[in-house]
Design a protein around this ligand. Sequence first.
Ligand code: DGT
Ligand code: CA
Ligand code: CA
Ligand code: ZN
Length: 583
Amino acid sequence: MMRGMNREDATTIFERIATLLEMQGENPFKVRAYRTGAEVVESFSGDIMKLAAENQLAGIKGLGEALRDKLHEMATTGRLEFYEKLKAEFPDTIFELFDVQGLGPKKIAALHAELGVSSIADLRRACESGEAAKLSGFAAKTVEKILESIAFREQHASEFKLDQVHALVQQILEELREHPNVSQAEICGSFRRGKETVHDLDFLVSTKQPEKVIEYFVTLPQVVDVIAQGATKASIHATHGIQCDLRAVASKEFPFALMYFTGSKEHNVAIRQRALNRGWSLNEYAFTEVPDHADAPVIPPVHDEADIYRALDLDFIEPELRENKGEIEAAEHGGLPRLVQLENLRGVFHNHTTASDGKASLREMADAARELGLQYLGISDHSKSSFQANGLDEKRLLAQIEEIQALNAELDDFHVFAGCEVDILKDGSLDFSDEIMARLDYVVASVHNVFNLPEAEMTKRVIRAIENPHVTMLGHLTGRLLLQRPGYAINVPAVIDAAAETGTIIELNASAWRLDMDWRWWRLAKEKGVKCSINPDAHSTQGLQAVIYGIKAARKGWLTRNDVINCLPMEEVKMALGAKRQR
Ligand code: DGT
Ligand code: CA
Ligand code: CA
Ligand code: ZN
């Protein structure tokens, strides 16, 4: 079945139409009609896209006939011809401006009309020359924020999020493994180490026919252009413009090359030093004896990566841990953790439905979670202050709890937990009363607005929220959006301490945009006894798949299944959710 557009996309399109029309100098009433239309679509209580699909929009205040028709078209076809045509009248670069944080549609229109700004490059020039500051509505602070946002984007311009590359990696590995001359194929580099973003992808194969395999690689369907091609290596650009390197080695070199190209560089340097200390040099092809080293032991045979570590008297170090952050010392004395695996997950919390800003209904989400082999699903739609996300008020929340109870009565061997993603307000109070939260199985508390508080104030705000006994877990701790905006200023160790003291779980938000709390903090959290919940923050059935990224990040944070509450079976997880209220 073809899916129409969701509310969020339709809102964005109306907003963009308003801005584009404004740039063209259209009649202000027409511009305002689209802007109002966007607000109506965004805040309408009820499934406006469903009504649009069924032509049931008549009588809704703020939506004239022209807009109703357009909504119908979007809801039924998933696109809008009028918008496509309008868009085509502008340079593509104009849309870069819409992604700049702190730059709303009104400002974009003013910049375009007054200064002819139609790309990020133009915008930077206008800000740096002082021209932008002369426009009304552009305080010095605004201009400064815009420049910061441009710099952040540029700094991360050559990085990719995991959702942009994950499927590509699987496809290319599959294609390489299908080739008759390939005996082994692996992905190395930062991707294998589970980094939250990657610069490029490093593939490795073992083969006796490197030229044939290289020739095959550069003609794969995902290849956009070939950067370089040699006898044993090649580099290409693939989908989204990401660079993919391929190395071809002989079978006996494969474990050495796999370890070398997995990195990290810092891990490799430390391992190489360890080899040198016993009289062996180690490179991407082999161990070799250092000449004149008097008492070097005999080099043992190596068939896989584990043999390399074993030869150096180390336990096997999982790729995610190879950052030279204590993993080598731990591997000397059996001190490495047994890392959590995707198969250990029994359920997921923090998921949205059409009741707020999700694309799938409660039942569709439950069916999808069950199909993934999970035993339980936690729903946590937004609370009322998140009006831009159609957050639920008390009445709608209580109705949803009843809907969930009815669904549970129907389902055997699967359970839906009734939760809510409750906004942490500016002063650290919560969007719902204790009385309302007490009706829920669990609460995820998150910051969704007022990001610009000083660090001390933001820290106090979040700590006040987690001191509430009904706050089961803390959502996306820093609010960062990878490659788009840094997190807000907050003292993470202080929050971890408070979570430990109050028995609050911290979320590992698994969305490829977030991966927040960051993997670099989890060892500290675990040391303090804080539990993790790997939360997909799914806004669609597809969104549940984000747990894959969350597992990578959890592994990178040294977490085991015992550290992650959603590895618990049904009865135990119920107790874990209730534990804080019982304290
Ligand atoms: P990125 O930036 O996301 O691509 O990160 P990586 O770690 O994938 O970095 P990349 O692609 O430059 O190199 C892949 C691996 O190759 C790296 O993790 C370790 C290894 N490697 C690359 N250059 C060197 C080097 O100069 N010395 C050592 N020891 N290892 C290197
Ligand atoms: Ca790489
Ligand atoms: Ca590379
Ligand atoms: Zn959220």
